[in-house]
Ligand binder design. Sequence first.
Ligand SMILES: CC(C)(COP(=O)(O)OP(=O)(O)OC[C@H]1O[C@@H](n2cnc3c(N)ncnc32)[C@H](O)[C@@H]1OP(=O)(O)O)[C@@H](O)C(=O)NCCC(=O)NCCS
Length: 169
Amino acid sequence: MMKPVIRDYQFRDYDMCRALWKELTERHREIYNDPSIGGDDPGQGFEAYLANPKRRASWVVEIQGQIVALAGLVVNGDEGEIEPVIVSSRYRSRGIGTMLVRHVVEEARCMHVGYVSVRPVARNKEAISFFVRLGFDLLGQVELFRDFSGAPRSKWESGISVHGHKLGY
Ligand SMILES: CC(C)(COP(=O)(O)OP(=O)(O)OC[C@H]1O[C@@H](n2cnc3c(N)ncnc32)[C@H](O)[C@@H]1OP(=O)(O)O)[C@@H](O)C(=O)NCCC(=O)NCCS
């Protein structure tokens, strides 16, 4: 395999990055077994992401002219949030995500943010393990919510607890 190269996102990467965003939505659909996540067009969140005024930078990983991963940094005060991190499914488990996140963390450090965070959904165990391994071992905010969608409680998995409170996730 040719060596992966990390570089800044450019407008010509738009279509390939939108396709990666679609893969992220599809991953969430799969995790929650819910094909309605992301609406009719699973790539449309990408436009909103690009338009976010707090988006500071985005990077891609390119292999032989193909964009195989996307990551970005959104800065809010002295906190940098890594959003998104997506490696195309065919290219996962080869160290590309690790290389990309390390790069983003270094860039955030150069911007003198006080913290760098990431917010995977609680059910994304693979991503949580990935980030903990990369040193993200402090827990910030906890988002609690109630489900008024009419879905049965069995939609939510059990087996996680915070400060002794058993929660669905
Ligand atoms: C989470 C995600 C970004 C990780 O990217 P990745 O490129 O697969 O990550 P890495 O390859 O660096 O590391 C993942 C695994 O590969 C292994 N690995 C790392 N480097 C490797 C290498 N050079 N060769 C083989 N395996 C390697 C790691 O040990 C790890 O294995 P484990 O999870 O079984 O412990 C990717 O799975 C993804 O895009 N998921 C879907 C989108 C998503 O959920 N994003 C996070 C939302 S916040």
